[in-house]
Ligand binder design. Structure first.
Ligand code: G1P
Length: 304
């Protein structure tokens, strides 16, 4: 592994999923556009990338391309109308969503898994390290971790994954890592990875959550990665190859995350995310919390 002196400037965001868990809401709307309080989920992810200095964002889209493009583009008519009505704060919010770096789009066509989605970024990314951010994992903006991952990658080279300790009975929902400690408390060396293992086959309870700082060597590996779990090309399988074989740009480290992360890909967790984030907001929080307290206090009456 050589120290990586190339600066990471590009972020890749796969956004071609079918959103089946949210049907029928996602029949005509991409799941990435579902609101988390008052911003679509995808906007949090783009903001996270931009705040980490990655202002060249490539979205891997499917049939849902149009709504995503429109969201991050200017809406001159809407802006003029808000301005005419003196709604300055709303105008500022609307403009903020189209002032987020440069966003490019490439279509995945026939979606064949996360590994395949990442491979669709090969031409745009070229021979540079890059980040991948998955829209279903929302990292609390107050606990930014991408800069730490990019820092570890810049110092050690290779690829860096983000790991979260999860209860053993949840490991089967994630990619799972076998690790060894390093002399940095929050950094581990990844010695193996397995996608969604059964609980008794999991090498640890450290789950991959959707942030990756990848070496471009991953593309060549992905081209030769056979179909894996779910008959899809798995990014986890390509990382397993990078972790366990020698070669330029190979080697995988993990940053262990201890901050707040929300899952917006699951209906129940999505609802919890909205309640948490709304409760903590300066504007909505006080009224919402007061209402919520009353609502929960009346819970017994409602269920009887
Ligand atoms: C994907 C990855 C998995 C990872 C997860 C994080 O799975 O394949 O390794 O743990 O994202 O959210 P998905 O949830 O898309 O099935």
């Amino acid at each position: 592994m050589t120290t990586n002196e190339r600066r990471t400037t590009k972020a890749v965001i796969p956004a071609a999923g079918m959103g089946t868990r949210f049907l029928p809401a996602t029949k005509a709307t991409p799941k990435e556009m579902l609101p988390v309080v008052d911003r679509p989920a995808i906007q949090y992810v783009v903001e996270e990338a931009v705040q980490a200095g990655l202002d060249d964002v490539l979205m891997i889209t499917g049939r849902s391309k149009r709504a995503l493009e429109d969201h991050f583009d200017r809406n001159a008519e809407l802006e003029a109308s808000l301005q005419a009505q003196g709604k300055d704060e709303l105008l500022r919010q609307v403009q903020a969503s189209n002032d987020l770096g440069t966003i490019h789009y490439v279509r995945q066509g026939d979606p064949r898994g996360l590994g395949h989605a990442v491979l669709c970024a090969a031409e745009h990314v070229g021979d540079n390290p890059f980040a991948v951010l998955l829209g279903d994992d929302l990292i609390d903006p107050r606990d930014p971790v991408l800069p730490r991952m990019l820092d570890v990658q810049a110092r050690h080279g290779g690829s860096v994954v983000l790991l979260l300790e999860v209860p053993a009975d949840q490991v089967h929902l994630y990619g799972c890592a076998a690790v060894e400690p390093t002399d940095e408390e929050d950094v581990v060396r990844v010695t193996g990875l397995v996608e969604k293992p059964a609980v008794d086959e999991a090498p640890s309870n450290l789950a991959l959550i959707g942030r990756y700082a990848l070496d471009p060597a991953v593309f060549e590996v992905l081209r030769h990665t056979p179909l894996g779990r779910g008959n899809e090309i798995q990014l986890t399988d390509a990382l397993q190859t990078l972790a366990t074989t020698d070669g330029e740009g190979h080697g995988v480290r993990g940053v262990v995350f201890r901050g707040r992360r929300y899952d917006t890909g699951d209906r129940l967790d999505y609802l919890k995310t909205i309640v948490k984030l709304a409760s903590e907001r300066g504007d909505l929080g006080p009224d919402f919390r007061a209402w919520l307290r009353e609502y929960v206090a009346g819970d017994d009456d409602r269920s009887s």
